[in-house]
Design a protein around this ligand. Structure first.
Ligand code: G3H
Ligand code: 13P
Ligand code: NA
Ligand code: ZN
Length: 328
């Protein structure tokens, strides 16, 4: 059944687990997410970005998610709009039937320009008013996502501030977070605690302190009723990078957020964990390997099946690690 983010994350908070929010653009991702959830008895958050709407078209995305609900009626599904850049964008998603929207007012409508606090409060409060009247949940964002190592937002073509960020922009201020939640009424808050979007988060192998767990604790202590969200939470599996590069790819050395650090964040109030890049890497690795090993094959279903299986394995691993499994 389709449920709101508030319903699902309240349950997650009560039982101390986190929920991965996977981005969805096509049938193969949708199947991977749902089959993994089915096999691990996990509730689901699927999210569609502006890029996904551009790729698949809003009606196809909507019906893909509704098809998932129809085929897996026993699994709770949140249909979330990722990184809305204006109240108008969020309104259109609500009209399409999304049960949750993100109003990312930390950046302007271009998705690149860092905006001031008052702007963020204004667009987010307006979105909450509209969404809550329709029973739809709202995620806001405060602070600028960026790697604590590189100071960069990370995403080349998607959402993210341009140029190098100052250290104080990279960590959400706990007092400001408390004011923001009071002023806007958001259900969930995306915080800057060291993550960044995309595959290029860290240049060196992680040593256990890629995230500021301390800052998560401070924010959670100030706003215990608000569900914390971590964007940019792909772990960038080294085994898939190796497969990609073994079969003709060229991806330079790079590292993501270790799953154990995310699990530590979940212990301190993180409830929604956004993962997109890991499914992209697994899918690409599986397709490259399949086509290299089966050069005479030309039925796309064959390599897409390999892609789905690879993504599904990542989804299952995250449902299990984050404690989502067993809670559908
Ligand atoms: O926030 C970024 C997500 O990874 C979605 O990326 O805009 O390329 O679909 P996208
Ligand atoms: P990754 O690029 O780390 O997968 O993050 C995805 C995300 O935050 C989508 O909003
Ligand atoms: Na989101
Ligand atoms: Zn994001």
């Amino acid at each position: 059944a389709l449920i709101s983010m508030r319903q699902l994350l309240d349950h997650a908070a009560e039982h101390g687990y986190g929920v991965p929010a996977f981005n969805v653009n096509n049938l193969e991702q949708m199947r991977a997410i749902m089959e993994a959830a089915d096999e691990t008895d996990s509730p689901v958050i699927v999210q569609a970005s502006a890029g996904a709407r551009k790729y698949a078209g809003a009606p196809f995305l909507r019906h893909l998610i509704l098809a998932a609900v129809e085929e897996f009626p026993h699994i709770p599904v949140v249909m979330h709009q990722d990184h809305g850049t204006s109240p108008g964008v969020c309104q259109r998603s609500i009209q399409l039937g999304f049960s949750s929207v993100m109003m990312d007012g930390s950046l302007g409508e271009d998705g690149k320009t860092p905006m001031d606090y008052d702007y963020n409060v204004d667009v987010t409060r307006r979105t909450v008013e509209m969404a809550h009247a329709c029973g739809v949940s709202v995620e806001g964002e405060l602070g600028c996502l960026g790697s604590l190592e590189t100071g960069m937002a990370g995403e080349e073509d998607g959402i993210g501030a341009e140029g190098k960020l100052d250290h104080d922009q990279l960590l959400t201020d706990p007092e400001e977070a408390a004011d923001f939640v009071k002023a806007t009424g958001v259900d969930a808050l995306a915080i800057a605690i060291g993550t960044s979007h995309g595959a290029y988060k860290f240049t060196k192998p992680p040593t256990g302190d890629t995230l500021s767990i301390q800052r998560i604790k401070e924010i959670h202590a100030r706003i215990p009723e608000t569900h914390l969200v971590m964007h940019g939470s792909s772990s960038v599996p080294q085994e898939w990078l190796a497969v990609i590069n073994e079969f003709g790819g060229q991806i330079p050395e790079t590292y993501g957020v270790p799953v154990e650090e995310i699990v530590e964040g979940i212990r301190h109030g993180v409830r929604k964990v956004n993962v997109d890049t890991d499914l992209r890497l697994a899918s690409t690795g599986a397709v490259r390997r399949f086509l290299a090993e089966n050069p005479a094959e030309f039925d796309p279903r064959k390599f897409l099946k390999a892609s789905t299986a690879a993504m599904k394995a990542i989804c299952k691993a995250r449902y299990e690690a984050f404690g989502t499994a067993g809670n559908a």
